[in-house]
Design a protein around this ligand. Sequence first.
Ligand code: PLP
Length: 397
Amino acid sequence: MKINENYLNLKDSYLFATVGRKTAAYKAAHPDREVIRLSIGDVTRPLAPVVIEAMHRAVDEMSRAETFKGYGPDQYCYGYEALIDSVKGSYARKGVQLASSEVFISDGAKSDCGNILDIFSTDNTVLVPDPVYPVYLDTNIMAGRKIVFADATEENGFLPMPDESVKADIIYICSPNNPTGAAYTVEQLEQWVAYAKKNDAVILYDAAYEYFVSDTAHARSIYQAKGAKECAIELCSYSKTAGFTGVRCGYTIVPEALVRGGHSLNKLWARRQSTKFNGVSYITQMGAAAVFTEEGERQIRENIGYYRKNAEIIAGCLDSLGIWYTGGKHSPYLWFKCPFGMDSWTFFDYLLENAAVVGTPGSGFGKNGEGFFRLTAFGTHENTERACGRIAALLRK
Ligand code: PLP
C-alpha cells in the first residue's frame, strides 16, 4: 500500500493557527485589555427570517409520512427544482440565462472547488493567482498538478491579467477576491475568456462574494462576459451571500456548451456527482430556496449592507491615514500595504501589541502578500469603529 505522497508536498497551514496562538498569548499577558478581531472570515449576522421560516416548514414536512422526503430527486443530482429555479432566477436578474441541467446544488463552494478537479486530468497545468484563497493551491498540490502563478501586485491593483507567454489548462479566478477584495470588471473578464479560449483552457470562477458587488461595471458572474459559457465553470455559495457558513449550501454551474476533447463537461460532472454525492439535506435546500425570493433578497441585502457599512468605516480610516489598499467597495475584505515598510508579521505584532487589534498577515496567502495585511468587515459596527479608532490613533503618531 502506498499513500498519496503529494500530500507530503503541502505546506503546513500556519496562518490562522499562528494568528490564534499569538492572540491567545497577548490576551493571557493583558487580561484587562479588550482584543478586537478584524480577522474574522466567517459571517456573524444571523440567518434571514424568511430562511428560518422556510426551514421550519421543511422540518414539519419531514415529521409527516405524507410529506416526508428521503433522497433528493436524481434528475438534477439531488437538487430540488424549487431551489434550482430560484438560482436560475437570480442569474436571470444578472442577465444570464441558465438551463436547469446546468445548475448543480452543493454543500458549499469549498468542497466543489476541490471536487471539480476529479473531471480534469492530473497532466493539466493550473494557473493560480498569488496571493490566493489557499484551497485552489492545496487541492492541486494534492493531485500532483503542475502549478504556475499569476502575480497579483500593487502595480496591477491585485488584478492580474492574462500573460500570453504562460500556457495553462485550468485557470482560477476569484472575484471579488479573497484575500485582496479586488474585483474584476466584465470587460477584464472578457480578456480572460479570450485567453482561456485561445489556450483551450477552462476557467474555474469562484463567485462566493458576488453579492458584495455594488455597481454594474464589476462582474457578479463570469457568464456576464461574452463567450464564457464555452470556457468557464462557476462556483458559488450561500455562505457569504446569506450567512450559510454553518448551514452548508452552494451551487456550481457547468454550462452545456462547455466541451473539451469532444466531451461535455456537464455530463462528466453529472456522472461524478451522481456517483460520489448524495445531495444536500431537504431542510437546507428549502432554506436556500427562500434566499432569492423578493423578500429573501431584501432581507439578505440588509445583512450585506451591515457588513458594507463596516467596510466603509475601515476604508475611511485607511483613507484618512493615506494608506494604499484594495477592496472594501465590492467586498468585505480590505487589503492594505503595511505602514512604515513593515513586513506582514511585524505589522501583525505591532498592531496587536499597541492597539489590541487582530488582522491577518498577507504573507499567509502567498509570496506577493508579503508587506500587506487583510482586515474584514464581518464584525459588529461597534467593534469595527473602536478598532479603527485605535488603528488611526496608533498610525497617526
Ligand atoms: N471561496 C472563497 C473565495 C472563500 O473565501 C470561501 C470561504 O471563506 C469559500 C469559497 C468557501 O465557501 P463555502 O462556505 O461555501 O464552502
